[in-house]
Design a protein around this ligand. Structure first.
Ligand SMILES: Nc1ncnc2c1ncn2[C@@H]1O[C@H](COP(=O)(O)OP(=O)(O)OP(=O)(O)O)[C@@H](O)[C@H]1O
Length: 362
């Protein structure tokens, strides 16, 4: 099971590992009986997101509940079909691959893109010992491997994720494990596939605070060792900062389906270029940088707009303390500023007509 053999495909020229282009995922909401003849409401969970993920990369996605982090993450690993735009793995469109229109197999792509959930217990069969749960994916993908080899691979991975003695943990049922141990099993199961990308969706949120850094450190060690990239989803900017900083990666800030700022963690936090990133920093007690940031949030309104009817122009303009009339009419693009730092705010364009337009009064 060498890494080279398990990689689903060689790169297509210089294509990034994952390339997300102008991605849209819109959901039609359920209609009640009284509304059955109306057009369905559409939630724009992800709307016009473009981002690349490289080899051995880290992208930490942050933003408040409902901003589209999970939907974007699931689309990146091929679990959710986009309604617009595209998502490519090593230069091949994932959904064209599923339709049989590329030289790759969808199953190979899917096994290269793994997920760890917030609640690992729900994805472990309560009636199966850990060794059985971990054997199944190897049996399916490598039917030629003997039972003995399977076991030794499982034991060495369990040991690698800190579950020693591995034979003891392998023989347990999920209910005999703590939350942190279940999360380690989920990580081992993801790694069995030698994945190119692991989506860690709030994977540390349910753990005791004392265990969170330990789990992040373990994932980061394994990122190096297995040459795996991580999409790390968190509602907590300080965890996102820790993971992205130690993984030499980026933070991506989402707001109402848009990616509004992407950048190296220290720069994004010390010098945010989008007013919403400032709000997240304000809301994260150990990151608020000076006394002037204490007190009221740097927002005009607290209420989150309806994702079915997002505000025109810049979606943050209804809450943004810097908003001017230009922001109500035109949607800012994610522009590159410097050294991989990108932001979608007119304030980073010195000649934009934003500067001549009137501030929005409440
Ligand atoms: N299958 C679905 N059908 C309809 N709407 C959906 C579906 N999945 C997500 N949504 C909606 O899409 C929006 C984005 O949801 P998503 O779960 O991606 O956000 P999130 O940032 O991950 O939030 P959270 O942190 O609460 O999980 C929300 O308004 C959500 O209600």
């Amino acid at each position: 099971m060498s890494r080279a053999r398990d990689t689903a495909a060689d790169s297509d020229g210089d294509a990034p590992l994952i390339s997300v282009n102008d991605l849209e995922v819109h959901f039609e909401t359920e209609q009640g009986l009284l509304e059955m003849f109306d057009d369905p409401d559409v939630v724009r969970a992800v709307d016009g997101v473009s981002v690349d993920i490289g080899e051995n990369d880290v992208l930490a996605l942050v933003g408040e509940s409902g901003c589209g982090k999970t939907t974007l993450g699931k689309t990146i690993i091929g679990l959710q079909e986009p309604t617009g735009g595209s998502i490519a793995y090593r230069g091949r469109d994932i959904w064209e691959t599923k339709a049989g229109n590329t030289d790759l197999s969808f199953d190979d792509i899917r096994s290269s893109l793994q997920i760890i959930h917030q609640d690992p217990g729900s994805s472990l069969n309560p009636n199966r010992r850990i060794v059985e749960t971990l054997s199944e994916p190897i049996r399916l993908t490598h039917p030629d491997i003997s039972a003995g080899e399977r076991r030794s691979r499982i034991y060495s991975l369990l040991e690698r994720v800190g579950m020693t003695p591995p034979r003891d943990f392998a023989s347990r049922y999920p209910h005999q494990l703590s939350g942190g141990e279940k999360q380690r099993v989920a990580l081992a199961r993801a790694l069995l596939m030698n994945p190119d990308v692991i989506l860690a969706d709030e994977a540390i949120s349910a753990l005791d605070v004392s265990l969170r850094v330990e789990m992040m450190d373990l994932m980061l060690d394994l990122q190096e060792e297995f040459d795996t990239s991580f999409v790390f989803i968190s509602h907590d900017l300080s965890n996102a900062r820790y993971f992205a900083a130690h993984g030499n990666g980026r933070i991506g800030v989402m707001y109402l389906g848009n990616l509004v700022e992407v950048g190296p963690p220290d720069r994004l936090i010390s010098d945010p270029k989008h007013p919403y990133t400032e709000v997240l920093r304000w809301a994260t007690p150990n990151l608020a940088l000076d006394a002037s940031e204490a007190g009221d949030p740097p927002m005009r309104k607290i209420d989150i707009p309806d994702p079915v009817n997002p505000p025109s122009g810049c979606r943050f303009h209804t809450r943004c303390p810097e908003a001017r009339t230009a922001c109500t009419r035109e949607q800012p693009e994610l522009r590159t500023l410097e050294d991989g730092h990108r932001a979608a705010c007119f304030r980073s364009e010195s000649d934009h007509r934003y500067w001549e337009s009137d501030p929005i009064e409440d």
